[in-house]
Design a binder for this molecule. Structure first.
Ligand code: ATP
Ligand code: MG
Length: 431
């Protein structure tokens, strides 16, 4: 029985009294995405396991250790999405969106599932806002999505979040670099963890973001990708920086950023902060020019980022950023007697049609208790409908703060007149 009232480890509930904080953040993300010309894509929460194995990369932590994978009754292996990029890329391919013109620009909100050790800022179900753009090689696009992420963080009122960028080159520069990494790490063979040892041959760059402290130390002295970039990658990286500078976005080049997923090429970036402890990366992204080909499509250079919503909210909390409370109930109609109740029901409907929040008693409280409840929910105005009001077809609407009363007719004009009163405090309609 106890299991029924316990959520699964590493998951969180957002309760009605907290959800306005999420909505505030999501609304800003929606508005900024629109300003940059992105439209929302929605993809399923589960996909064929093969998609993530190919799209995220066989040698990543996500695929090797963190996926929620299960067989369906039909014997198919499916996986709960650990991130949003692979599903979006699959949808682009499946619907041949490149035929509708390039670039393809999509934004998303997704829940993600990773079997990680739960701790502050690290959950098993978490949420991301992300951007995907397909069909552009231009460094302008890299700079543009970075600007978008920066605009979101600025509008949320976050400070002390720093942008760090790097380039991890293309497959050509990477071949030379991987060789240099193999040579470097081979000297430390004895000290490396098992996971790193197994990746040394196939994908030595993964060793650079190993979370074990000993390996991390060794990784600090490793050769830097930036010294191995080919001319094209070097120019691309310089251009990205030029555009960022022109838009007044500050950044530092951090040659150790390689990102946790296999598909990145050229630009990679992270927004990081010190204010929420160890899990300080609130946004990560970059370019993944080989992804669509990896999934069986044509060459379609792409890029994107993902922001962790829980981490963003943690930073807002830590920095004491004020989130505007939602509008409280505009009108509470307290009722006495059956006829008044029915009348209230139709008035409420009209008030709500004006876009206002209006409530009445649905638990059978007496009048005093109804007024106490109106106070508790912070109703701005209240009105009592009893036999008298019903008979005279008018009632006193009371401003709960000032106690001021305005008499309004209980006819078809009520909702509109109440709207004006609520908006302006103007009682010109009073009778
Ligand atoms: P980390 O290095 O923290 O494990 P990552 O490289 O695995 O992050 P991405 O796959 O790039 O993360 O996901 C983008 C963003 O999603 C991260 O920057 C972070 O804000 C958020 N995120 C990733 N994993 C989790 C998690 N387990 N719980 C909460 N948020 C997460
Ligand atoms: Mg991770």
């Amino acid at each position: 029985m106890a299991l029924i009232t316990k959520k699964i480890k590493g998951t969180e509930d957002v309760l009605p009294k907290q959800s306005y904080r999420w909505q505030f953040v999501e609304n800003i993300m929606r508005e900024e995405s629109r300003a940059y010309g992105f439209r929302e894509i929605r993809t399923p929460v589960f996909e064929h396991t093969e998609l993530f194995a190919r799209g995220v990369g066989q040698t990543t932590d996500v695929v090797q250790k963190e996926m929620y994978t299960f067989d369906t009754k039909g014997g198919e292996s499916v996986t709960l999405r650990p991130e949003g990029t692979a599903g979006a890329a699959r949808a682009v391919l499946e619907h041949a969106l490149e035929n509708e013109g390039l670039p393809i620009k999509a934004s998303y909100f997704v829940s993600c599932y990773r079997y990680e050790k739960p701790q502050a800022g690290r959950l098993r179900e978490f949420h991301q806002f992300g951007i995907e753009e397909y069909g552009t090689q231009s460094p302008v696009a890299d700079a543009e999505i970075i600007c978008l992420a920066q605009s979101v963080l600025d509008r949320l009122g976050l400070t002390d979040v720093h942008l760090e960028i790097n380039s991890i080159g293309c497959p050509e520069c990477r071949a030379k670099y991987n060789q240099a990494l193999r040579e470097y790490f081979t000297q430390y063979r004895e000290q490396l963890c098992d996971t790193c040892l197994s990746r040394l041959e196939k994908n030595p760059m993964r060793l650079l973001d190993c979370k074990s402290p000993e390996d991390h130390k060794i990784a600090e002295g490793a050769p830097k990708i930036i010294d191995y970039l080919c001319e094209e990658c070097e120019n691309h990286f310089a251009e990205v920086q030029r555009y960022l500078e022109s838009a007044g976005v500050s950044f530092t080049v951090n040659p150790t950023i390689v990102r946790g997923l296999d598909y990145y090429t050229k630009t990679v970036f992270e927004f990081v902060t010190d204010c929420i402890g160890a899990q300080g990366t609130v946004c990560g992204g970059g370019r993944y020019d080989g992804l669509i080909e990896e999934l069986g499509g044509k060459h379609l250079p792409s890029l994107g980022f993902a922001m962790g919503l829980e981490r963003i909210l943690m930073v807002m909390d830590a920095q004491g950023v004020a989130i505007p409370q939602p509008e409280p109930c505009a009108l509470y109609i307290a009722t006495m007697g059956d006829a008044a109740k029915v009348k209230a029901f139709s008035l409420l409907r009209q008030v709500r049609e004006c876009g206002l929040t209006a409530e009445t008693d649905v638990v059978g409280r007496g009048l005093r208790a109804q007024m106490k409840y109106a106070d508790k929910i912070g109703a701005k105005y209240s009105v009592v409908l009893g036999d008298n009001e019903f008979a005279e077809n008018k009632a006193k609407v009371k401003n709960m703060d000032s106690g001021e009363q305005t008499e309004l007719a209980l006819d078809d004009s009520f909702a509109e007149k109440f709207s004006v009163l609520n908006l302006t405090g103007n009682d010109a309609f009073a009778i």
